[in-house]
Design a protein around this ligand. Structure first.
Ligand SMILES: [Zn+2]
Length: 270
């Protein structure tokens, strides 16, 4: 179990599943040669076949006695592999699904909502589920990587769904802020506690090279221009304020800070 403290808040990185994606498919607009300098900066992001090595990992945030789970991974049955490990790794962190008080979805892509409903029931049966309203409207749009129509309905029918838009306080130390573009309702979770700052970024960047190359889009950014604008704005601010950044797609545990090195803005692992 790997965790960081941000003031009085603890953030625990929980791996669901590692996976890989061909660079050309994930970033169709980025020429292969442009990645070259980043291979030595982020060697963990290339596997032995030269594909993008990435993770579906989620973050357990402990704030004021509340267990807040941010995102829900690829899910228990995925892509012919052994399936996601969220349940086992959450329990290894001492938290049963029923102990989760609040689920925050940064967005509703299938790789962030895979465990939301298991066996027709919410995986976290006692949790308020805070999901972006603009993404809820996309459920069923599987071509844009959202879950199948009806897949998340048990969250709503069991009375656990709260749709979000704009800023929303989750606990006195945790605030949802809008970071749209990757999906229409994409949101991040800001942590401010005892003078320290952190952010759970969601997919404002998928690959850490995008901290510097803010104009590089993943092919699955829903609104490419808005994703670029948001990325530029957020990365500039995080470089300035020195926040701890938690990235769900960076190889585990995914904690770092944005610092300037060699003329580039770099995601430097903690
Ligand atoms: Zn993602």
């Amino acid at each position: 179990v790997s965790s960081v403290k941000i003031g009085n808040v603890e953030v625990v990185s929980i791996l669901d599943q590692a996976f890989a994606f061909p660079y050309g498919a994930a970033y169709p607009g980025v020429p292969e040669a442009a990645w070259q300098p980043y291979k030595s900066i982020y060697p963990k992001c290339w596997n032995s076949e030269g594909a993008w090595a990435t993770n579906a990992q989620v973050f357990l945030v402990r704030s004021g006695g509340q267990n807040v789970l941010v995102d829900m991974g690829l899910g228990p049955e995925q892509q012919g592999g052994p399936g996601g490990q969220l349940r086992a790794n959450l329990e290894a962190a001492g938290v049963a699904p029923g102990d989760v008080n609040i689920v925050v979805f940064t967005h509703l892509h299938y790789d962030h909502a895979g465990w939301a409903v298991v066996g027709g029931q919410p995986f976290c049966p006692n949790a308020r589920h805070l999901a972006p309203e603009a993404d809820w409207a996309q459920v069923g749009n599987t071509g844009a990587l959202f879950p199948a129509k009806g897949a998340l309905d048990p969250i709503q029918s069991s009375g656990h769904l709260e749709l979000t838009s704009g800023e929303k306080s989750v606990t006195p130390e945790l605030t949802i802020i809008p970071t749209p573009g990757h999906t229409p309702g994409h949101q991040s979770l800001l942590i401010v506690s005892a003078g320290q700052r952190g952010i759970i970024l969601g997919d404002v960047f998928n690959h850490p090279a995008q901290a510097n190359e803010t104009d590089w889009n993943a092919g699955f950014d829903f609104d490419q221009d808005l994703a670029r604008q948001t990325r530029r704005r957020v990365m500039e601010r995080l470089e300035q304020d020195g926040s701890v950044v938690a990235s769900g797609h960076y190889p585990a545990p995914g904690f770092g800070r944005l610092v300037r090195e060699g003329g580039r803005r770099i995601f430097k692992e903690l």
